[in-house]
Design a protein around this ligand. Structure first.
Ligand SMILES: Nc1ncnc2c1ncn2[C@@H]1O[C@H](COP(=O)(O)OP(=O)(O)OP(=O)(O)O)[C@@H](O)[C@H]1O
Ligand SMILES: [Mg+2]
Length: 227
């Protein structure tokens, strides 16, 4: 018997979200999981990978999706000036377009600003450290910069990632972030260094498991992006 609440109904035009944050925050790993879960739920979804890896660099969402079937198509990076139009064009009806990004960088003509101007929701993936608070401020500043120019700007939520399950720092950071006015998701992405944990999931088929951390995250993100 399933105890999960019903999934939200997304608008006809669909919704867009992006994962942003520093390199190694777990963005591509989580997004491949999210796409597999959403498609398993029957939610129309697609991925757009705006991360252009350097030579000999591996591990992008696009590369993962070409190695295994995530249940949803993942498109490679459009040119920066086409990111917004492509994201709008590719968003499925009543579904979700999820944009993956490379390591966060606030540059006026870079892909990150184009991504922020293309999505309804920016999900900042960050480790619960004081250092990372500065990055949150940089993302918030970028969103405010878009608002100031009258451009479309997304809502920002924070997803604590690479969280050590034994550490109290995530709870402390939750409190500090809320006091600073940020919205923090209930879902967390915990470190999982076991042999078959998510740390080793690249290129492996995604296991969709009801009640798992990824299942709850996929549901919470749908609820939040639907609002
Ligand atoms: N839960 C986890 N626990 C520990 N390591 C993990 C976990 N999930 C993923 N990893 C590993 O951490 C590394 C970074 O993950 P990932 O590539 O998803 O981050 P990213 O935010 O997309 O980085 P980039 O900005 O460089 O694209 C990878 O080697 C990945 O296998
Ligand atoms: Mg990545």
């Amino acid at each position: 018997m399933t105890t999960s609440r019903p999934l939200p109904v997304l608008p006809a035009a669909g919704k867009r979200l992006a994962f942003v944050g520093k390199g190694g925050a777990g963005k591509s790993t989580m997004l491949s999981q999210m796409l597999a879960h959403w498609s398993d739920f029957g939610v129309p979804c697609i991925g757009i990978d705006t991360d252009i890896p350097g030579e000999e660099e591996h591990g992008t969402l696009y590369e993962h999706a070409t190695a295994v079937d995530l249940g949803a198509p993942v498109y490679p990076a459009p040119a920066v000036h086409q990111i917004r139009n492509e994201a709008l064009r590719l968003t499925p009806e009543k579904g979700v377009a999820a944009l993956d990004t490379g390591a966060w960088e606030r540059k006026t003509d870079g892909p990150h600003m184009a991504v922020l101007s293309a999505v309804d929701l920016a999900v900042l993936c960050m480790q619960p450290t004081k250092n990372e608070l500065n990055r949150a401020a940089s993302v918030l500043g970028a969103i405010q910069q878009l608002e100031a120019t009258g451009a479309h700007a997304p809502r920002l939520v924070i997803l604590l990632s690479m969280v050590d399950p034994r550490a109290a720092s995530a709870d402390d950071m939750d409190v500090s972030l809320a006091e600073a006015g940020y919205t923090v998701l209930r879902s967390r992405f915990h470190l999982s260094n076991g042999r078959d944990g998510l740390a080793q999931s690249f290129g492996e088929p995604v296991r969709v498991r009801e009640g798992s951390e990824m299942d709850s995250m996929a549901r919470e993100l749908l609820d939040v992006v639907a609002r």
